[in-house]
Design a protein around this ligand. Sequence first.
Ligand SMILES: [Zn+2]
Ligand SMILES: [Zn+2]
Ligand SMILES: [Zn+2]
Length: 394
Amino acid sequence: MADNFLKNVESAITNMNKALNAHQRVHPEVTGPAKELAVQSQKLLDKYLAVTESLKSQIDNYRSLLNDTQTDNNEKLQKVLDKLESIPVNMSTPYNVVAQNPPKTCYKTVLVKPKNNLLSPPQAKEAICNSIPASDIMCNQISINKTNVAFKFSNENSKNKFLKRVSENTDLNTAIDAYEPTPKCPTIKLKNIDYSTNESDIINQLITQNDLQDLRSHVKLLFTIKKRHYFDAILCVSPHVFELLFQRTLFIGWSACNAEQIFLLGHCSKCLSFQHRTKDCPSQSNKKCKNCGISFSASRINNQQSEFSIHIKNCSYFNCCHCAEKNLPADHPALTDHCPLYCKRIKNTWDRTCFDNSTKVQFFDKPPLADTSTSNNLNNTPPSPNTQPSSSSP
Ligand SMILES: [Zn+2]
Ligand SMILES: [Zn+2]
Ligand SMILES: [Zn+2]
């Protein structure tokens, strides 16, 4: 439209100049202002064109500036995201805060186990792959270990279809079991429970005092950590219960506590090894210091403080036993956020834990044989991994 307008004005000026030159006898009182009009019109036109050009280039400038900022911001954002990705586990935030981040999407897994050792796992895999068409199932991955085959699916639908196909096939049914593995459940710590609460009553009191009747079979006491005045309870909870417990203060007997997420790494509380549990530790009565990595006797003679207790009160030399073993920089205490190996283990455990709040896991108690057996139930739980007072601080 602007182009047409320009052309019209330009041709009007040309026409007027032509007419002025062609008609010699037009009175100068007319030709004078006419020529002036033609000149001024041309000037106006030129000015208009110049302004338009300048506006256009300004717009272009702003446009590229916007693009640059956008790219810049995207790059900055990507850098921040990369940085976040590379952090194994937030170093200083308490676990219950860290835990609010949803975990990455996990596969729906079906485990296939050969019945009565009729087939080896590779044979079981072959039998399934040969008798069920892959085309309409959408399996993401198959992995085999010594005892079973894991089929991984990215959605519920594919997983269910797979289970259905296996159950419909009688040949497969006689040779294999296909089932969904119980997911790794989150673990939480309830801190500073008063000793007036009996260990065997913790779950009961948690359920009844906090109106959690529906959750009775979805929480389970793993073990307790005894401290001087109070004790901590470590619970395993169904993924669908996990977030629910963080939303408020929980009452247990005469104590109120907040749930904290913890990750059980299964290390030995005596020598700090990840290779065995405390009950299997070969180092008898010795305990290793988390700070300096040196072992001291933990036995008390004549009610005196043990060598270990005396040492940890004064130890300020850092030589992480786990990092030192791997020839890594070890100038930090073991089993703390300062240790990269510890952080890596935490992250691995975190990644393997199911936080999907639509997943319900039920814990079945062994039926009590008699009234007197209730206190024995606790014998099945793992021993307290660490009774060092320093271990209880987050
Ligand atoms: Zn040990
Ligand atoms: Zn030490
Ligand atoms: Zn370390």
